[in-house]
Design a protein. Structure first.
Ligand code: NAP
Length: 323
């Protein structure tokens, strides 16, 4: 979509942005920053030499290094784009090397534990403003990213109470420059909301795909052959990166367990309704859930095209048009 992001900035917001972790999110940021001219220069930092090679080959950054400590030195914005469990150890390494007045942010899917792990390693002259772009795919690595990933998606900022507002506003401008809509929240609120909208659905998908794979009465080839019955839509989510999701569940334990408790209770109600032939309960629940999908489509967060926009060969309609 060529002009989806609009016109690039005439004057960049930052001198040099340091991105640590050039996977799906980090490489999408690099591409978006370049395309929208949000920084004069980008330093790409990744522990994996193969990732660094790929980033250089794709010409995504001005400087590429495996050394986080030296890489962040000249940056006025540094973003941690690594699995949430790696944020604390990285902060310990880079903390002493961050320049005065630098903004440090992250993109982690969990916020409270990242704040707890990162903050103790930061000097007072650094502004730590956590963020979470609610955008992604099931793919990983530097080749998976694209500049429009954040377009029309939400990015949640969870600044601390004592944040310097001008710095928070600058980070907001940055995300808006990438096409995102920005929302402010406390870290605790973020973790509770995302537990139900993202973490629980991933856990359910991982579980249901695992259960189907372990079945003995229905063969695996049958599961795959007839997957269009609903199963394949869970497999997309269940193909998400195992390291990232292990860290999400280990770091948002309390909120996920609370939501899992609620989910299990509601599931038991449906189980009971099926057992006792209570069609009214089933019908009412399914009617309520259908309305929720409608509101997601109305808010532009999903396509209204049938079957998630998967097109049949004879379908000539535009899948982006709401029906
Ligand atoms: P990814 O594609 O797996 O990329 C992560 C990159 O970080 C990899 O290249 C990894 O190298 C590197 N890395 C790991 N530890 C490092 C360290 N200590 N120092 C330097 N580099 C390191 O992951 P992603 O999907 O972009 O996710 C990154 C973050 O974004 C996570 O915190 C996740 O919660 C968040 N997020 C993800 C999504 C999504 O849909 N994927 C959406 C929103 C937010 P190796 O390959 O060698 O480990």
């Amino acid at each position: 979509m060529p002009d989806q992001l609009g016109t690039p900035l005439q004057t960049p917001l930052f001198q040099r942005v340091g991105l640590i972790g050039l996977g799906l999110i980090g490489s999408s940021l690099a591409r978006g920053i370049k395309r929208m001219n949000l920084a004069h220069a980008i330093t790409a930092i990744d522990a994996d030499p193969h990732v660094c090679e790929r980033v250089s080959a794709l010409n995504m950054a001005d400087t590429v290094t495996q050394d986080a400590a030296s890489g962040v030195k000249d940056c006025d914005l540094v973003i941690l784009c690594v699995p949430v469990g790696a944020c604390g150890p990285l902060a310990k390494i880079i903390g002493p090397h961050l320049q005065p007045d630098c903004i440090l942010s992250d993109v982690g899917s969990v916020k409270s534990s990242v704040v707890q792990a990162v903050e103790p390693h930061l000097p007072d002259h650094v502004h730590f403003i956590p963020a979470h772009p609610v955008a992604g795919t099931e793919y990983s690595g530097p080749d998976a990213g694209f500049s429009t990933l954040f377009h029309n998606r939400w990015c949640i900022l969870t600044p601390p109470d004592n944040v310097v507002q001008s710095k928070a506003d600058l980070l907001k401008d940055f995300w808006e420059g990438l096409g995102a809509n920005v929302e402010w929240m406390t870290a605790q609120r973020h973790d509770l909301v995302l537990a139900v909208t993202s973490h629980l659905p991933h856990l359910i998908a991982y579980n249901i795909v695992g259960t189907a794979a372990d079945l003995e009465t229905v063969t695996q080839s049958e599961v795959i052959k007839f997957s269009a019955g609903g199963f394949r839509d869970f497999t997309r989510i269940a193909a998400s990166d195992p390291t990232m999701w292990r860290d999400v569940f280990l770091n948002n334990k309390q909120a996920v367990l609370e939501m899992l408790g609620r989910f299990t209770e509601d599931l038991a109600l449906l189980q009971r309704a099926i057992r006792w032939g209570d069609g009214e309960t089933l019908f009412n629940t399914f009617t309520r859930t259908r309305a929720i999908r409608r509101s997601i489509i109305d808010l532009g967060q999903e396509t209204a095209a049938p079957d998630f926009g998967r097109r049949s060969p004879d379908d000539q309609t535009d899948p982006s048009v709401k029906r």
